[in-house]
Ligand binder design. Structure first.
Ligand SMILES: [Mn+2]
Length: 333
């Protein structure tokens, strides 16, 4: 979608916000930096406009994001008061809010702010722009158009969101606009070295052991263009690592040269395997994830698939091989 699409949605969004006194801001389960940064920046901004705001996420805030201004306000349960409006950020479909879905579905008005390529947009106003590197870029545009003053707290949230969704400004989604907004946030008070240290340099000892397990279990070299690794529930039990400790492991796989697709399979409770997919840009992994009920972006996507780790590996790897056959390697990548 073009920038025009989001500009068309911006005025109706501002009008809806203006007439709403109470608002639920929600984001997706297993929240990442963009989910949290976007939801918090928006919540803080709405409060400066005198709104009553609840910030909702079904899962707890991972340790490395607890420094974000307002992180302690995030709740997994809707408050006792009803809202006139719901704003959902960084969600590729309303199902992504998980158990909070009924709380948002019953609201009279809903705004969807998202940047995923697999269009599963919802709500009466949709600010969806797949050219945005992060939902935070769209939130930033909305705040700008609303005349909100962006102070250090909001700037820190938006900077953290863009930093993480662009892989520290290294993924293919990074644009001049991403960097311009980031620079503007630094001018407004975000401190790059402090934010990077808190997000990326807080890995626990059990989390580091889990990373070690993933790295020693790289897939055998049958597929020279694919690299994958698998973590089982036993690995978590043995290392003492928590589910959130898998964050960033896929980046180590992605860093292996000459591989077009990197995959991490993580066995989770309930007989499911969570699959993270990364691409060098020559193949759209969001299409693969979508075929398994997931979603994401061309270069970073995910899905949860029912079955044993072996079954899920076989099925997903077969789909990846098919996709690789139908495309050629990225130019010069
Ligand atoms: Mn995002």
């Amino acid at each position: 979608m073009s920038r025009n699409t989001i500009n068309r949605g911006r005025d109706p969004a501002i009008a809806l916000i203006r007439k709403s006194k109470s608002i639920y801001v929600g984001t997706h389960v297993r929240p990442d930096g963009d989910a949290l940064g976007s939801a918090l920046a928006l919540s803080l901004a709405l409060e400066t406009q005198g709104k009553r705001v609840a910030t909702l996420c079904a899962d707890p805030v991972p340790l490395n994001y607890r420094f974000l201004p307002g992180a302690d306000r995030i709740s997994s349960d809707p408050p006792g008061w009803p809202a006139e409006l719901g704003i959902v950020v960084d969600c590729d479909g309303l199902t992504r809010v998980g158990p909070l879905r009924p709380a948002f579905e019953q609201l009279p008005h809903l705004i969807d702010i998202d940047h995923h390529a697999t269009d599963q947009s919802f709500g009466e106003v949709r600010l969806v722009d797949s050219s945005a590197a992060a939902a935070a870029e769209i939130v930033h545009g909305l705040l700008r158009s609303s005349g909100v003053e962006i102070g250090a707290d909001i700037a820190t949230c938006l900077y953290a969101a863009i930093l993480t969704d662009t892989g520290r400004f290294s993924y293919g989604n990074t644009t001049a606009h991403s960097l311009t907004v980031a620079a503007e946030m630094v001018r407004a008070g975000a401190v790059p070295h402090d934010i990077a240290r808190r997000i990326y340099e807080e890995r626990s000892v059990p989390g580091t052991h889990l990373l070690g397990v993933a790295l020693t279990r790289l897939s055998p070299n049958h597929d020279p263009e694919i690299v994958s690794s698998t973590l089982t529930r036993r690995d978590f039990a043995k290392t003492g690592a928590k589910p959130g400790d898998t964050e960033g492991i896929i980046d180590h796989l992605r860093a292996i040269g000459g591989r077009r697709v990197a995959l991490l399979f993580v066995e989770v409770d309930g007989g499911q395997v969570r699959v993270s997919l990364r691409s060098d840009g020559s193949v759209d992994v969001s299409a693969i994830a979508l075929a398994f009920g997931g979603g994401g972006h061309a270069m970073a996507a995910g899905c949860a698939v029912r079955g044993s780790t072996e079954q899920v590996q076989d099925r997903v790897l077969a789909a990846v091989r098919d996709a690789l056959k139908g495309s050629s390697p990225a130019h010069g990548a």
